[in-house]
Design a protein around this ligand. Structure first.
Ligand code: ITT
Length: 199
């Protein structure tokens, strides 16, 4: 069976491939790059789950194959959950990780260590061409540093220190991060759903 992953991020494809293989599931997993003629769907949802479902349904409809999509971001308690679904474009330009991180740190400059709780969230959705859908969420709780530390990962990894740790996500190896991350948890939670609905 062919399974489409609604992302152009090769790292995400590899990560999900490894998780499915660990679970003994052997699908032909292909990223959205395999379908260059299918336009990216507008992320008009107001939650991670809505956006993940929008992307998964669009790809399942367009390809005729089961599709998986994820939507993720950083939610800061003292900002009422922002940047949230706007994490990738918090500074205005989509995907400018450094500008996004710098703006967030500036916005939190007056906030002391006891009020810097935040979490990464990831919604992972599976949609079938017949309209069947399922969505799961994973979270990674932590606190935000005042200055970035570490060079691994991407996005807000250099400032999120997971609960119970003394390093940031950007100081973890990819395997260490996957084991605890919002995306790792969501993708692993999706495995039994894929087994049930796709077979
Ligand atoms: P897609 O092609 O898969 O849509 P994307 O990077 O645009 O990739 P995501 O929904 O995966 O979109 O991520 C949204 C933003 O949230 C991302 O740009 C980061 O700023 C932040 N983010 C999400 N997961 C993160 C993680 O594991 N570590 C650090 N930052 C993360």
């Amino acid at each position: 069976t062919r399974l489409i992953l609604a992302t152009r991020n090769a790292g995400k494809v590899n990560e999900l491939h490894a998780i499915l293989a660990d679970a003994g599931l052997t699908y032909e997993l292909v990223g959205a790059d395999a379908y260059p003629d299918i336009p990216d769907v507008k992320e008009t949802g107001v939650t991670f789950a809505e956006n993940a479902l929008l992307k998964a349904h669009a790809l399942a409809q367009a390809t005729g194959h089961p599709a998986i999509a994820d939507d993720s971001g950083l939610c800061v308690d003292v900002l009422g959950g922002a940047p949230g679904i706007f994490s990738a474009r918090w500074s205005g330009t989509h995907g400018n990780d450094r500008a996004n991180l710098d703006l967030l740190l500036a916005q939190l400059s007056d906030i002391d260590d006891t009020h810097r709780a935040a979490h990464f969230a990831c919604a992972a959705a599976l949609a079938l061409p017949d309209g069947t859908e399922h969505v799961v969420e994973g979270h990674l709780l932590g606190t935000l540093r005042h200055t970035p530390s570490g060079t691994n990962g991407f996005g807000y990894d250099p400032i999120l220190q997971p609960e119970g740790m003394t390093v940031t996500c950007a100081e973890l190896t990819p395997a260490e991060k996957n084991a605890i991350s919002h995306r790792g948890k969501a993708f692993r939670a999706l495995v039994p759903v894929v087994r049930d609905l796709v077979g």
